[in-house]
Write a protein that binds this ligand. Structure first.
Ligand SMILES: Nc1ncnc2c1ncn2[C@@H]1O[C@H](COP(=O)(O)OP(=O)(O)O)[C@@H](O)[C@H]1O
Ligand SMILES: [Mg+2]
Length: 446
């Protein structure tokens, strides 16, 4: 027991009054959520935290993306206190909306190019050597003419149309003829760029038509990435990611372009398939995938693939960092969707702000419970009332299944410094010529 007399210990209800007075605050974390998922509720209850309503004094709010919009809206003018934290950054959509993610990555590449950064190097076909990790993508209808130009260069290509404002595979379709876009445009009256509301805008991306197949089926990867600070960037990667398999064997045949059970890996789609297996839910752990790849392709290429995945996640965060609101009350547990092609090149497909916390299988439930548990251990150190003025430096034990993916030093490190850490990149000639950005980077994914 400290020597602070009892009347100097203030319980949570009165904390505002005593803030800054040096008086010790005690009490339990008060939580709110508008997401009714047992993996969340069980974690809060296990900690003995107290549930309150959103209109009461709260410390921790796990909220939907709709709610974060209200909390930080100009009209609302909500000001969070030092002991309040939330699970989204105010403008997380810079990364998590399909069109904005692409826009930010394109801008990032252009900026690096302008600076003459080695990171923006292109090959003889004009493709980015280090930053070509998203499929070629255009916004529709705004970039329609650019898309047509690109399409005509390779008229046999297949493209995937995705509405910017939807998730879980909804509204997605594949096309391989310009006439299909024209029909879509007529049907949606989307030709009028000015009056088309945002939710009706689409991205059109080159379809990765050579996905790595296992058992003849396409799959994608879901990784969770926790970001606790944007500038300087601090992010963690959850080791227990998983693969989501299609229920129907893959064929690049254009006859099957309409069959979403072949092409879309979303569980929300696949669970309606005749061959969906509710026991394993069409899921495989990333650890299993790694073992499989090591035995079929070898350890070296498997390690390189995973390093590449880590690399592109960090680069995607760096691409949005300059436009993000670096609010110290916020953290975010992003859900990354990644596809591996048959050459073992990973592609970043999209990033989700509210990755599903629903559990499709028993294993899923355990994994998601642990994901929330480990996340809370990092963002609410020791389960105590948070203080966002303090630096979050979780102990090794608190990391659970997270590993530190990237920890930027407070001093700005140039992009060329990243290049040194890129998998397969030698420290030789290219980087030797690069401008020296001073202090070496702290541990990344190695
Ligand atoms: N460019 C692409 N190439 C191949 N498959 C893709 C591509 N884009 C999306 N997909 C498939 O479609 C699924 C849904 O796309 P995604 O962008 O994640 O949208 P949603 O928000 O609906 O989940 C992905 O999980 C993947 O299986
Ligand atoms: Mg998705």
């Amino acid at each position: 027991m400290s020597n602070v007399s009892l009347d100097r210990i203030v319980t949570f209800g009165f904390r505002d009054k005593y803030r800054g007075t040096g008086i010790i605050m005690t009490g339990k974390v008060k939580w709110v959520t508008d997401i009714d998922k047992s993996v969340l509720l069980n974690n809060f209850e296990k900690r003995g935290w107290i549930q309150v309503s959103a209109s009461e004094d709260w410390n921790f709010y796990w909220m939907s993306v709709q709610t974060i919009r209200n909390v930080f809206s100009v009209e609302n003018g909500y000001r969070l206190s030092d002991d309040q934290i939330v699970n989204h950054f105010p403008n997380h959509y810079e990364l998590t909306r399909k069109d904005l993610m692409i826009k930010n990555i394109k801008r990032y590449r252009k900026e690096l190019e302008k600076e003459g950064s080695l990171l923006a190097e292109k090959d003889e076909n004009g493709k980015y050597v280090h930053l070509g990790f998203v499929p070629v993508t255009f916004m529709l209808p705004a970039d329609y003419n650019m898309f047509v130009e690109e399409f005509r260069k390779n008229p046999n290509s297949t493209w995937i149309m995705k509405p910017c404002g939807k998730a879980q595979g909804r509204g997605i379709f594949l096309i391989n003829k310009l006439s299909q876009i024209k029909k879509w445009s007529r049907d949606n009256k989307a030709a009028n760029f000015v009056t088309t509301p945002c939710k009706e805008t689409y991205v059109i991306s080159l379809y990765i038509d050579n996905p790595l197949l296992i058992g003849g089926k396409k799959f994608d990867l879901r990784f969770y990435v926790l970001v606790t600070s944007i500038r300087p960037l601090k992010c963690y990667m959850y080791k227990l990611g998983f693969c989501r398999f299609c229920t129907v064997k893959y064929t690049p045949s254009t006859n099957e372009l309409d069959n979403m059970f072949v092409h879309l890996t979303n569980v929300a789609i696949q669970k309606h398939g005749d061959d969906y297996n509710p026991i394993h839910g069409g899921k495989w752990s990333v650890a299993n995938l790694k073992l499989y790849l090591e035995s079929t392709r070898g350890k070296k290429v498997t390690d390189k693939l995973f390093d590449e995945i880590h690399w592109m996640i960090v680069q995607s965060l760096k691409a949005v960092a300059p436009v993000m609101i670096n609010d110290k009350h916020c953290f975010e547990c992003y859900g990354y969707d990644i596809i591996i092609d048959s050459n073992l090149k990973p592609w970043l497909i999209e990033v989700n702000a509210s990755p599903s916390l629903a559990s499709s299988t028993a294993n899923d439930r355990i994994m998601k419970y642990n994901l929330i548990n480990d996340t809370l251990n990092i963002v609410v150190p020791n389960g105590e009332i948070p203080d966002c003025k303090l630096n979050k430096n979780p102990s090794k034990e608190a990391l659970g299944n997270y590993i530190i993916l990237y920890e930027e030093l407070a001093v700005n490190e140039g992009a060329d410094r990243d290049l040194k850490n890129r998998p397969g990149q030698s420290f030789g000639s290219k980087v030797g010529r690069a401008k020296d950005f001073g202090r070496p980077i702290s541990m990344t994914w190695k």
